[in-house]
Ligand binder design. Sequence first.
Ligand code: GRF
Length: 208
Amino acid sequence: MSKINIAVLVSGGGTNLQSIIDHIEAGNINGKIKVIISSKQDAYALKRAEKHGIEGMYIGKENFPNLKERNSRILETLEEKEIDLIILAGYMRILDENMVGKYKNRIINIHPSLIPSFCGKGFYGKKVHEAVLKYGVKLTGATVHFVDKGTDTGPVILQKSVEVKDHDTVEDIAKRVLGIEHEILPLAVKLFCEGKLKVVGRRVIVEK
Ligand code: GRF
């Protein structure tokens, strides 16, 4: 089976990106990261790209102030690199609708809660865990899902829960959730690259 060409889109530190790189380097994932695109020029994720000899690119507001041009540049890059799978690993921008349409069921996102709780517009970064604490739920977690035209509404691929303990702070929860993100994101990518994810309506069947 030929390797799946992957693009990873990032905006921040890129620990999720690192988990994918590590699994690829260990031979666990039948894929190759062809490009890492960052919406922030100083994202540490770009340093990680450099360290691992992967092409990193900044496509953001400074070099492409016009949104249409920015989106076209991203799309052109994906086409040039013949990308099969796009991974949003902490990418803090809403994707262009054309791109979502073109890459249906080929864009994967990681969200730091158990969707459909604490997700959608306004739920990003620490805000997710603050809402978890405020509501008082006893379980939270992470979700990997395919991206559709909504915000955090696409078919769920994998989820895993973690406990919310009595005296947890936002930082405690963020750390615990990040730990499982690093498990389920590479696992979802692995399954995708082996052709084992089948989307049936809203359900994602993992084939044995
Ligand atoms: C993660 O919590 C992810 O779920 C969210 O943004 C964070 C990115 O962290 N979408 P990192 O850049 O991968 O370290």
